[in-house]
Design a protein around this ligand. Structure first.
Ligand SMILES: [Zn+2]
Length: 103
């Protein structure tokens, strides 16, 4: 599998380390119900079949965190952005930006 690092270009996936689901957001520790929200954040994860946004770390390259949109069934990759750009887009779009892409 090859992954498109936004800073380095397309590289072999062996240069990257998978770092988890990029669609979940760390809960506010001061919010009501934070204990339950943290339990869900840490322990209850989906196992999607299809398009998904994932954090990858380019350990063998620029050492950047990126968000890759990948189909978990076919390993097809639609694109990648830096984690910083992903966070900015999510902040600008709120929860709507985090909806899963169309299958
Ligand atoms: Zn890179």
């Amino acid at each position: 599998m090859r992954l498109p690092c936004p800073l380095c270009g397309e590289r072999d996936s062996g240069e990257f380390v998978y770092r988890g689901d990029a669609t979940v957001v760390r809960p506010d520790p001061g919010a009501p119900g934070a204990r339950g929200a943290f339990h869900e954040f840490v322990h209850l994860r989906d196992n999607p079949a299809g398009w998904h946004k994932e954090h990858w770390y380019h350990e063998g390259g620029c050492r950047s965190w990126i968000v890759v949109e990948r189909n978990t069934l076919t390993h097809e990759v639609r694109g990648a952005v830096t984690a910083a750009a992903h966070t900015l887009a999510r902040s600008a779009g709120g929860a709507k930006a985090e909806q899963e892409p169309e299958a």
